[in-house]
Design a protein around this ligand. Structure first.
Ligand SMILES: Nc1nc2c(ncn2[C@@H]2O[C@H](COP(=O)(O)OP(=O)(O)OP(=O)(O)O)[C@@H](O)[C@H]2O)c(=O)[nH]1
Ligand SMILES: [Mg+2]
Length: 429
């Protein structure tokens, strides 16, 4: 937020009223707007904003000029005057014109959820890659909205205009931003190439990779720290981690794997951010095993798990072998814990409990070990035989009259890709 620019003369704490508009379209998506609003409060607090009040409105469609209804604008003005607010934060994305109209009518700084998330990321970025990615996402978000952001541009720095939007000035600003976007993309390409080289090296070294993924604040960094003594930033706030961190983890049997902590996910993750962070997020695709960390104590647990699964799907990592870790069990009631799915692929843990951690490393070991499966392949299905050699090591072949029995130690990940063809020929699990 503005307060983070450390402009000492004008530094004012952001004091905000949060606004949520629930439209019919939103209702149809099934997003729980109350939970989303709770999350917006956390996001605002993470950004250092003082939240004074929350306004809600139900409306069929957004107002094209004001986003919320005219009467609600008046209500917002009165609340802001009464409470001494200087900012309004909307839980849904606004157009540039809506921002401008609201700013002019209310004399408040107007921010939407996307911009708030971008702001938090901007404050967190530490590595060159992270900094480039965030700036790229910010500018891509800003460009189509430029004429709406008279007041907010100063936060972006980099010589972008902050004065009133005269049209010719706007054109110059747009050109500057487009130039900057091309420059950032070029720089990002270089970083991505370097990352590719690293990946290639890791792949060649045969290092086994395990990725910690999950909703923001689930406890991923805590697990990395507890398991590997990594000195990482852990905080009870959203998006504590931005850049992936990898550490070597020694499993009980002596095998070493590379454990990677990643940026947390959130619902409605801004599109520009996902696009910019794609290279970082795609690290997950390198993993042999995905540990999906869930905050089991959160009332939003199920929604959060769905968000994570759908982002994994987008990244093409949904088919990876996955273990769901229901973390923070120490904060759950016994009844809550009983309701959680159990069995293979699920664990209830506390990142702070030593016994759970040793159970976890044993489970990781098991999760990485391949299964030995037996397939009965009909004699005329030579196509399937060649597939078997692709999914693992064929240990044994026994010939029958019209079929061959193959004993195969399958690599889980490769097998997952072809199981739709092979599963019906499996003899034993
Ligand atoms: N009580 C309890 N707190 C936990 C546990 N695991 C993590 N925490 C706390 O949860 C908060 C978030 O932990 P982080 O490890 O930073 O979470 P993260 O998933 O890395 O979050 P982001 O980096 O923001 O995506 C911190 O305050 C941790 O101390 C647990 O098992 N029990
Ligand atoms: Mg973290």
């Amino acid at each position: 937020m503005a307060s983070r620019t450390h402009d000492t003369e004008t530094e004012v704490q952001d004091r905000a009223i949060l606004v949520s508009l629930v439209t019919d379209k939103i209702k149809r998506t099934g997003i729980d707007s109350e939970l989303s609003l709770q999350e917006l409060v956390q996001l605002a607090e993470t950004a250092g904003v003082e939240v004074l009040d929350v306004l809600r409105q139900n409306k069929e469609t957004p107002d094209s000029k004001w986003f919320i209804g005219k009467g609600k604008v008046e209500e917002l003005r009165m609340a802001a005057d009464g409470l001494g607010a200087n900012t309004a934060i909307f839980d849904q994305e606004l157009s540039g014109a809506q921002v401008r109209n609201l700013e002019e009518a209310l004399d408040l700084k107007i921010i939407d959820r996307t911009q708030l998330i971008l702001d938090i990321f901007a404050g967190r970025a530490k590595t060159r890659e992270g900094i480039i990615q965030v700036e790229l996402a910010q500018l891509s978000y800003l460009l189509p909205r430029l004429s709406g952001h008279g007041k907010n541009l100063s936060r972006l720095g980099g010589g972008i205009g902050t004065r009133g939007p005269g049209e010719s000035k706007l054109e110059t600003d747009r050109r500057h931003i487009r130039d900057r976007i091309s420059e950032l993309k070029r720089q990002l390409d270089e970083v991505v190439k370097t990352r590719e080289l690293h990946r290639e090296r890791r792949r060649k070294s045969g290092a086994v990779q395990v990725a910690l993924v999950g909703y923001t604040n689930a406890g991923k960094s805590t697990l990395l720290k507890q398991l590997t003594d990594a000195d990482v930033y852990i905080e009870n706030q959203l998006f504590a981690t931005l850049d992936p961190t990898s550490r070597v983890l020694r499993l009980p049997g002596g095998k070493e794997v590379v454990l990677t902590d990643t940026v947390g996910f959130i619902q409605n993750l801004p599109h520009d951010l996902v696009a910019s962070f794609r290279a970082t997020l795609e690290e997950v695709n390198e993993a042999n095993l995905v540990l999906h960390v869930v905050d089991a104590s959160s009332p939003m647990r199920e929604e959060q798990m769905e968000v994570v699964q759908s982002i994994l799907q987008d990244l093409g990592a949904a088919g990876k072998p996955q273990i769901v870790l229901f973390n923070k069990k120490d904060l759950c009631q016994p009844e809550q814990l009983e309701m959680l799915p159990a069995g293979e692929g699920f664990m209830k843990i506390s990142a702070l409990n030593e016994d759970d951690l040793s159970r976890l490393t044993r489970t990781i070991e098991d999760g990485l070990a391949g299964d030995t499966l037996v397939f009965r392949i009909p004699a005329d299905r030579g196509d399937l035989t060649s597939l078997l050699y692709r999914v693992g090591d064929v240990l044994e072949q026994n010939y029958e009259e019209n079929a061959v029995l193959y004993t195969v130690r399958v690599n889980k990940e490769d097998y997952a890709k072809w199981s739709y063809k092979l599963a019906e020929f499996t003899e034993q699990k």
